[in-house]
Design a protein around this ligand. Structure first.
Ligand code: HSE
Length: 303
């Protein structure tokens, strides 16, 4: 049965997780909220992040994604009344565009009476986003591995341990994913490919087994971080500072510029890690906002 109106929450996400370029993602316990209901006339109000910069027209990414879901189902979309409460910063590597896409599709699907299954929503969201590693955890929650084969997206999800938390340091400048992808080389050495292949496989199995020592050992990468560090002043020092302060490891979140440190859930430890990351950025003349989050194992849902 189709529903009339609701509020949903969509998690922020971190892609790559070091060695899993375009393949790994994790959902964070940090959310955007969308209220959506059919109405007499279209309206969209945006509060919080992006209130002054995001389109408040039918060109808005949430609306376009909702429209794409209706089109896929072959149903005509009614005028929607939408309220967005945004907390995920834009262009910082925390999955704000995937949250909009997944929110729009999931919301539209609820309005249509859940016609689309998760696989169909994943395929559609990946097509709109262009790469699937943020949309998968936004949809499913937890740690996700995604692989494309024969035109189909294959996703595996495992839940993350409740003890695992993250400290994020977001510099006050944006980096567009387009720019962060343009800086990557078109080909890599066999040595670097094997390094990442082995690290990624070991990291995924470590998470599945809840082996935090395995995670700690594998949070390194040769495919994208060495190139992207040049776009994020102080990033290499932030990694070292976070680890020295007791983090399990620290990597670029998605395409940056946010740096994400993984840690056990210990308030003093997390404060120390956040302070160390902020200081390391400050030493490079970068102002960074610190956020401490749990992980999310559910993905998008009713709020
Ligand atoms: N895997 C993508 C990249 C994520 O690193 O470019 C973008 O958020």
């Amino acid at each position: 049965m189709a529903t009339t109106g609701f509020r949903i929450q969509i998690p922020a996400t971190t892609a790559n997780c070091g060695c899993g370029y375009d393949s790994f993602g994790m959902a964070l316990g940090y959310y955007n909220y969308i209220e959506m209901q059919p109405s007499e006339a279209f309206s969209i109000k945006i509060e919080g992040e992006g209130a002054n910069s995001l389109a408040d027209t039918a060109q808005n990414l949430i609306v376009r994604s909702a429209q794409a879901a209706y089109d896929l189902a072959g149903i005509s979309m009614p005028p929607l009344s939408i309220l967005c409460q945004n907390y995920i910063p834009l262009a910082r590597g925390m999955g704000s565009s995937s949250a909009a896409i997944v929110g729009g599709i999931y919301g539209a699907n609820l309005l249509m009476g859940k016609i689309l299954d998760y696989q169909a929503m994943l395929e559609l969201a990946s097509k709109i986003e262009g790469h699937p590693d943020n949309v998968a955890p936004a949809l499913y929650g937890g740690f996700t591995v995604i692989a494309s084969e024969g035109g189909k997206q294959y996703v595996k999800k495992v839940s993350l341990p409740a003890s695992l938390h993250a400290v994020l340091a977001s510099p006050d400048f944006p980096i567009s994913t387009k720019k962060a992808r343009a800086i990557m080389p078109r080909s890599v050495s066999l040595d670097d490919a094997v390094y990442n292949l082995s690290h990624a496989a070991y990291l995924a199995l470590s998470i599945a087994e809840g082996d935090m020592a395995g995670l700690r050992a594998m949070l390194f990468d040769r495919l994208h971080q060495p190139y992207r560090f040049t776009l994020i002043k102080g990033a290499q020092e932030v990694v070292e500072a976070a680890i020295a302060a007791g983090a399990i490891g620290c990597v670029i979140s998605g395409s940056g510029p946010t740096m994400i440190a993984f840690t056990e859930n210990d308030p003093v430890l997390m404060e120390n890690i956040g302070g160390a990351m902020q200081e390391a950025f400050a030493a490079a003349d970068v102002t960074a906002q610190i956020r401490t989050v749990a992980m999310d194992n559910q993905g998008v849902r009713l709020a």
